[in-house]
Every structure is written in structure tokens, then in C-alpha cells.
Design a protein around this ligand. Structure first.
Ligand SMILES: C[S@@+](CC[C@H](N)C(=O)[O-])C[C@H]1O[C@@H](n2cnc3c(N)ncnc32)[C@H](O)[C@@H]1O
Length: 267
């Protein structure tokens, strides 16, 4: 064994965590943003995304589906329209209220439930679990919480169930950060435009948005990017056996798109 320069020392202290929980950016953002959310550019690929999901379940109308972080219900509603039984869960009352309103306007009856993806009330119930467009995972403030979401998705699935989710591809900022570093003359190796922390694989950035009442919000956001090998490891530790990772194109999910370091999202 060589003494490689890339070795690292870790020192970990065991301590129970306590104290009051702060309201996180994703709770603040989605507490009054349901109307504006539906105008976001990234929500307009629903049909194509559901085409893909349907194909993945062989168009079997008996498939019982759980949509985690369902937001205003676009996938749940489209799946229900196509004849599937769907339950949607989300942390935000306002997103759920809009989801229920959207379903009602389509004459659909869908269970939209307020639940935290880190602690879901389901066990061995669903043939398919979906978490699309970062529905909960990987938005949590700690990696343990993000893992809890995967654990709960696994717990909610039947033993032969399937999980389909999108997430942020860690290879993308890694590649771009390295490029920034190479192009930079800075001796401190920092770049003000680069908010990606290579130690934690978290992108911390400021987001300024107006909520549904026109009130301006300045949020300190924090999103975790995962490299494919991490996702595979996490899923295997939860007994998922066959794991496929592909690039995620808005509205055009396809098994024919390989994941590369230039792809922002994967599923
Ligand atoms: C970017 S939206 C995605 C919504 C929807 N899946 C879509 O594709 O439009 C993220 C959603 O995840 C919800 N969310 C965030 N953290 C959550 C948690 N811990 N448990 C359940 N839902 C959560 C938010 O309230 C929000 O509605």
C-alpha cells in the first residue's frame, strides 16, 4: 500500500443532537408558492414524464402508486387520469390544497396527504413510488435526512416494488468546479460565482422569489448533489437490487439517455 497524497484524516465526535429546529428554506418557499409554482418552466414536461413512468410499469393499471413530494399534484393527477390509483404526500399544506383543487377541477378523487417524507405512515403498500423533480430528496439539510427519505420510500414499497426518482447529479458541479478552478488565477482557489462546496457536495445559494401574495422572500437554499456511486450504495443498503441510472431531460425521460458529467439531473 502506498502513502498517497490523497489520504485524509477524519475525526468524529459522538454526540446526540438536540435543540429547536429552524424552519428550512424548502418549508418557507413552499408555504405560499403553489400558484407561482405552476408557472415554473420545469413543470411543463408532465405528459412525457408520465409516458415514461407508465412504460416502466408495463401499463399495468393495477399498479398502486405513491407520489412523494407531490407538490401541486401534476404527476399524481396525470397518472390518475390514465387509470392508476395514486396517493400524493407533501410537507406543504398550500401545495396540497392546490393539488386537491386541481384534482377536483378534473373530476378526480386522489388522496393528498400531509406527511413528511422522512417519516411516512406506509409499509409494504405500493407497487411504485415516485419522487420527481426533487420531491423532498435531495433537499434536506443533512445527508442523514435525505437517506431517511429513501428509507421511507423503500418501506412504503412492496417487496417487488419499484422506485423512480430524479435527483441532482454530483458529476455536473464536480466537472464544472474543476473547470472553474483550472481557469482561475486565484491562489485561494475560490471563486465567488461557485457556490458548490466540494467537501459536502452541497450547493448553497441565495434565491429571491415573490410568494403568492407578492411578498419578496430571500432564501438561503441548500441542495445536495449525489454522485451515481453514492446513490447506488444508498439504494443497495436498502436492498434495492437492480439500479439503473440515466440522464433526466425535462419532459423526455428515456432509458436511451446515458448519464454523463455534463447532465445536471439523473433519475
Ligand atoms: C420541487 S417540488 C416538486 C413537486 C412535484 N414532485 C413536481 O414534480 O412538480 C418539491 C416538493 O417537495 C416537497 N417537500 C420538501 N420536503 C419534503 C418532505 N420532507 N416531505 C414531503 N414533501 C417535501 C415540497 O413541499 C414541494 O412541494
Amino acid at each position: 500500500m502506498r502513502f498517497a497524497k490523497s489520504k485524509t484524516i477524519f475525526i468524529a465526535i459522538f454526540k446526540n443532537q438536540s435543540g429547536e429546529k429552524m424552519k428550512q428554506w424548502y418549508q418557507e418557499l413552499f408555504s405560499n408558492y403553489a400558484e407561482k409554482y405552476e408557472y415554473e418552466s420545469f413543470v411543463h414536461g408532465t405528459q412525457g414524464e408520465v409516458d415514461f413512468i407508465e412504460k416502466e410499469i408495463d401499463y399495468n393499471k393495477k399498479t398502486k402508486i405513491l407520489d412523494i413530494g407531490c407538490g401541486t399534484g401534476r404527476h399524481a393527477i396525470e397518472l390518475c387520469k390514465r387509470g392508476y390509483s395514486v396517493t400524493g404526500v407533501d410537507l406543504s399544506d398550500s401545495m396540497l390544497k392546490k393539488a386537491a383543487e386541481n384534482a377536483h377541477n378534473e373530476g378526480l378523487d386522489i388522496d393528498f396527504i400531509n406527511a413528511d417524507a422522512r417519516n411516512l405512515p406506509f409499509e409494504n403498500e405500493f407497487d411504485l413510488v415516485i419522487m420527481i423533480c426533487e420531491g423532498a430528496f435531495p433537499l434536506m439539510e443533512t445527508d442523514e435526512m435525505n437517506f431517511e427519505i429513501l428509507k421511507n420510500a423503500a418501506k412504503a414499497s412492496k417487496s417487488d416494488g419499484k422506485l423512480i426518482f430524479t435527483t441532482l447529479n454530483g458529476l455536473y458541479p464536480l466537472f464544472n468546479s474543476v473547470k472553474d478552478f483550472i481557469n482561475s488565477n486565484s491562489t485561494t482557489q475560490t471563486n465567488n460565482n461557485n457556490t458548490f462546496d466540494l467537501m459536502t457536495f452541497r450547493d448553497r445559494y441565495q434565491l429571491e422569489v415573490e410568494d403568492d401574495n407578492g411578498q419578496k422572500l430571500a432564501l438561503e437554499c441548500d441542495e445536495r448533489y449525489y454522485v451515481p456511486s453514492e446513490i447506488v450504495w444508498l439504494l443497495k443498503s436498502l436492498n434495492f437490487t437492480k439500479i439503473d441510472i440515466m440522464a433526466c431531460k425535462l419532459g423526455e425521460f428515456s432509458r436511451d439517455d446515458p448519464l454523463t458529467r455534463k447532465t445536471m439531473k439523473c433519475w
